[in-house]
Ligand binder design. Sequence first.
Ligand code: HXC
Length: 401
Amino acid sequence: MSSKLDLLNSKKAEALMGGGEKRIESQHGKGKLTARERVELLMDEGSFEEIGMLAQHRSGNFGLERQKFLGDGVITGFGKVNGRLVYVFAQDFTVFGGSLAEIHAKKIVRIMDLSLQNGAPLIGLNDSGGARIQEGVVSLGGYADIFFKNTIASGVVPQISAIMGPCAGGAVYSPALTDFIYMVQDSSFMFVTGPNVVKTVTHEEVTSEELGGASTHSEKSGVAHFSVANDLACINDIKKLLQYVPQNCEEESPQYAYEATDEICLDLNSIIPENPNTPYDMKEVINHLVDKDSFYEVQDAYAENIVCGFAFLGGKSIGVVANQPAFLAGVLDNNASNKAGRFVRFCDSFNIPLLVLEDVPGFLPGTDQEWGGIIKNGAKLLYAFCEATVPRITVITRKAY
Ligand code: HXC
């Protein structure tokens, strides 16, 4: 018995080393943490229970039978974040570049199933070279299984993705099917086809960073919801976001301690100018209305003419949607409609009441907007508000044309 236990312990020790010391050093050299370090940072101390730690691939293609790593390039399990249950997978770039193949995908799907069965958020820490080339089409099937689970889980448990390294090809679509995407500046990128393919097909020359870095996706495309400075900031911000959301669609978000005050905020009388054409910063209004320092903005650098974010009101989570007169006069356009529509649907799915602050000159006129589909995009925003059944309070701060 003791020899079996020794074997188990030595295998566990081997699994902890992922792809080995040299690759771990290389990961650190790029300013990145390892998958295991990320999970440790995320979870409350001692709460993480790993599943599938000793799983290995079973492929014999292209010499794979001689290259086996315990865990198959992804760490999966569950644990607590600030005392609340979450499920997590973290791709390990030190093993086959975190690439996704049959067993790797099965481990992720298992965690997704458990997150659904037990009604707790799912967090994916992505760092992967995409489909594992050696396993070919089996790898692609693994993606299909994950996409399917993402859609089944959508609106049932909160799904949060962090992009903490490469994310290319079909790999981008699982994060895109989740509720929120974090991207780490300078070390992560997302694109369907990389710079070399772009150059071959369209003759455009572009770097990975320009094509799909954190700033591109948080400012230009709107694919990312949060751009963060490094791995540590990313993990801390995920923990922060979790405070605002419930465990699942049948629960409410937590109630936090709050000290009520009778104080009337007189500053609100002077923020909004009387002249309807004079801009002001709607975020100042939001910050005066909600609990102190509680506003957490989503997509702060994209479609800045509409402000979306979470906050606490009396210690309870709310979603804030507000026109921003300080940017493009707070006009509604294609990007703003998509951004706010998606945010409203998330809040509605997860029982988060909405506070709407309206100061809007209307939809932006012009061919650019019409050809960009303002009718269908604007309709998405209207649809989201019409179908929402969470409590909604709208304050028209100045105008609603
Ligand atoms: C198998 C892979 C791999 C992959 C990387 N590796 N990507 N192994 N399958 N897809 C391995 C490398 O061989 C290397 O192994 C280790 O991971 C680290 O890779 P490097 O290239 O040394 O790292 P780096 O220079 O940082 O470059 C990272 C990278 C690059 C940009 C991700 O590796 C790359 O371009 N990989 C291929 C990307 C790709 O074409 N993926 C398929 C996308 S198509 P050793 O042993 O040296 O450590 C796709 C379709 C899905 O995903 C469709 C779903 C519908």
